[in-house]
Ligand binder design. Sequence first.
Ligand SMILES: [Ca+2]
Ligand SMILES: [Ca+2]
Ligand SMILES: [Ca+2]
Ligand SMILES: [Ca+2]
Length: 507
Amino acid sequence: MSEFYPKLGKKSIVAGLLASAAFLVHSDAVLAKIPNDPYYSLQESFYNQIGAPQAWEYTTGGSDVVVAVIDTGVDINHEDLKNNIWRNPKEIFGNAIDDDANGFIDDINGWNFVEHNNDVSISAILESNDSGAVNHGTILAGLIGAEGDNSALGTGLNWSAKIMPLRAIGSNGDGVLADVARAVNYAVDNGAHIISISFVGASTYPELTDSLFRAYKKGVLVVVSAGNSRNDSSGNENLTKVKQYPICLDSDSSENWILGVGSVDHKDQLSIFGDYGSCIDISAPGERIFSTQKFAPQYGYTKNFDGAWSGTSFSAPLVAGSAALIKSIRPDWSAKEIMANLLHSAEDVDGLNPGFAGQMGYGRLNVGKAVAIAFTSKNAPPPPPVVWTSKLISNKKTNMVQVATDGKVLREFPLTNYSPKFSRWVMKDDLFVYARFEKNKIIVDAWDLVGNKKLSNFVLVGLSSLSDLKIENLWGYDPNAVLFVKKGKVNQKIIIDIASKSWKAEE
Ligand SMILES: [Ca+2]
Ligand SMILES: [Ca+2]
Ligand SMILES: [Ca+2]
Ligand SMILES: [Ca+2]
């Protein structure tokens, strides 16, 4: 290793990463046949909850999809993982030469950024190590891509994915953000399609922000877990109020470029330990999780498959593994499309979570639906171009916009308190948005083109005039209304996220 790794100050230490390790509970095994892996029955409950068997009807994945697991390392010799570990095709093992000139010598399966070597498997286990941390990366890897239907142990979501283990967290559960940033860059530069990250910390680090945003820009989906602070005294559980990283790195961005994952129980209710708030994009099961574990009997690690594990740590790989199934159907989809697919197919669980409506992202992961949509979209002919026309219809009492296609009137949208000077409307894709300036406030209504009301008298207070209105895909992936308004003398761009009924100002 010729690269220099700076020692960073305490500020950049990711503290308390693996809170999940504290929740280990044991459960009795029950045998099952579908898929034929003997311990699938222990996983059936959470896989059923997210519709995995329905997804597997379409695809059980493929080895073209590479998922980087940035964590404590992965047991690459594990019975149920060894066939699904990424292999650097251009690197020759053991010749002490960096054959592919990627800056890493003999990196045949990934890299260990903690000890600066090519051992991604945690070969040296000390007595002082945290057993939860030692197991952690192997558990995550197993949920993403343990070999399925091989009559051994359990299965991952993508039965034949390629796992790229990158060790950036030490065996005590702490890591240095600079190492994480380097691991992200390694993943992107060496062909990963998806990156799974299951840790949080209070501080951020510019290098990490840059590396993660670069991943997204290159089409690599970054899946990140929320923390487990709801049942502790840290006060960190509401991510809208207390930002945690890296999950909240995109919270001030106009683009949603990190897929933030929270945890639900088997009833789709927010886990008692699960963080919530605006940084969560989607929720996935994070309780009673069974998966592959580090197998090293000489060090006392005698169970190569076990549980039940709980923690948001395990919700994120279920989303990353789902993304790996989607990617195998739609290799042409980049991070943005995969994310949109996962979010749009999520099950709304607001009704089951009084007090947390809108705080758990778009809802609970439904990979069955996501994969069905990805599959259908691939085989469907491109939709014919639709030309919409809109016309203002006014009489003394009412104003409305009539929407037509091919001369056929489809729908009429009422324009409450319309005034030519202070009202604007716009239509795009499947959305009609109407905004008006009235009594010192701007009021917005929105409908989909079927006529369902998406926003009703949504008020943007304190904005002095309305200058323009557009719909753009800017924030999140549902159509967003973009209003150009004046606050005092300053022009502002207001982005309304229709799905979450929230808004924010830009410039
Ligand atoms: Ca190399
Ligand atoms: Ca070599
Ligand atoms: Ca298996
Ligand atoms: Ca996000």
